[in-house]
Design a protein around this ligand. Structure first.
Ligand code: NAP
Ligand code: F7E
Length: 339
């Protein structure tokens, strides 16, 4: 890979699934990478521990800073201190179901948090006479009830506080681009998963349960709506797309997905099949706690623009994704071979 020297990136949400893959990708490309982490009473850096070297080594290129998307002062201070070329805002209260329980907090962090970063970036550009590129982690959830396939020109119809907050952040990103000429882009990413996916999102909940059932630690998996359809891809590939968006000549918004959709039921069936557990219906129960007051029924990405302008296309297929995740969770439980 060609190394890009002397570029500095700042990542909000570096401890999350995507943040950890993006940090790896940028370090591989030769960037100096700064990540913002939240103070927590327990360790929250498990996804990035493997790339966080000894702070005393001399050629260190990965740095962590305390901060929070609810804290505008610190965001501003970090920008002036780090002087990044690229900012990736991946930070969010990202759980759709939870956003119905904590709507105000979700609006503050997922929505206004993006505005805080944009405002700090605008201020920084004006005062430092330097340009900084901004990436906003927008979401297919913003399409909500709009029928598939969805692309950059589809209308938005958010169905949760999370989606409404993301739509606010999306619109602020566009507005800062148009009003102040900033290089600000929205990556409208459809669901992307991995062995690092949070344990309460449905894919990881399923693959983790499958592995635990396989070793006898659990007997049953309780889920909500099995009919919902999602366009599921593999997270590391999506971070490559995010990076490419900031390397174009002109800031724009892009839909990123596989173009294929599967139901939660299909994911369950495939995961139990890969693990060799037989009929999944024996193991899966229904719990209404996992239903949402308003559901997003079906998402399928139309990614023609990303293919044309970014030369990006998803490679990992649905069965491959399920296998990657089931095998990783089985390894966690000590099962090294599923054949
Ligand atoms: P994730 O695993 O939930 O990670 C979210 C990150 O945001 C974590 O690092 C988290 O820190 C951080 N964060 C939460 N609240 C914060 C706050 N108040 N201040 C600063 N940071 C905060 O999410 P992900 O799957 O990697 O997704 C990355 C981004 O893309 C999110 O914005 C998500 O909404 C969006 N998105 C995700 C998908 C998807 O399918 N994965 C699709 C479209 C868009 P802690 O580790 O301390 O909690
Ligand atoms: O739900 C159904 C649920 O929580 C997927 C986030 O990354 O992607 C993610 O949001 C589907 C929904 O992801 C359970 O009702 C059934 O229809 O894995 P999820 P999500 O809501 O699609 C978007 C693009 C983002 O931007 C978000 O940040 O699965 N479902 N039973 C369940 N979901 C969960 N979590 N748990 C269940 O037991």
């Amino acid at each position: 890979m060609k190394k890009i020297k002397n570029k500095v990136a700042l990542i909000f949400g570096v401890t999350g699934q995507d943040g950890s893959f993006l940090a790896e990708l940028l370090l591989d490309k030769g960037y100096e990478v700064h990540g913002v982490i939240r103070r927590a009473s327990t360790f929250n850096t498990s996804r990035i521990n493997h790339i966080y070297e000894d702070p005393h080594t001399t050629d260190k290129r990965f740095f962590l800073h305390y901060g929070d998307l609810a804290d505008a002062n610190t965001i501003r201070k970090l920008l002036y201190m780090i002087m990044p070329d690229e900012i990736y805002n991946l930070g969010a209260q990202s759980h759709v179901r939870v956003s119905f329980d904590i709507p105000e907090y979700t609006a503050n962090v997922t929505g206004v948090g993006a505005l805080r970063v944009l405002e700090a970036a605008k201020d920084y550009e004006e005062h430092m006479k330097r340009k900084v590129k901004f990436y906003q982690a927008s979401s297919s959830e913003m399409f909500g009830a709009t029928p598939p396939p969805q692309n950059e020109t589809s209308s938005f119809y958010p169905r949760s506080p999370y989606a409404a907050a993301k739509l606010f952040a999306y619109n602020m990103t566009r507005n800062y681009r148009e009003a102040y000429g900033m290089f600000a882009v929205n990556g409208i990413l459809f669901n992307h998963e991995s062995e690092r996916r949070g344990e309460t999102f449905v894919t990881r909940k399923i693959t983790r349960a499958v592995a635990r059932i396989k070793v006898g630690k659990e007997k049953k998996l309780f889920l909500g709506n099995l009919d919902a359809k999602r366009d599921w891809g593999y997270a590391p590939e999506y971070m490559e797309a995010a990076w490419r968006m900031l390397q174009t000549d002109r800031p724009d918004d892009y839909v990123i997905g596989t173009g294929e959709s599967h139901s939660v039921r299909e994911f369950v069936a495939e995961a139990f099949r890969v693990a060799g557990l037989g009929n999944w219906k024996k193991y899966v129960g229904f719990d209404s706690r996992y239903l949402r007051p308003t559901e997003v029924e079906s998402l399928i990405a139309d990614t023609r623009k990303a293919k044309k302008k970014l030369g990006w296309k998803a490679k990992v297929t649905f069965p491959e994704l399920v296998r990657i995740m089931v095998e990783a969770d089985c390894r966690e439980e000590g099962i090294l071979n599923l054949e």
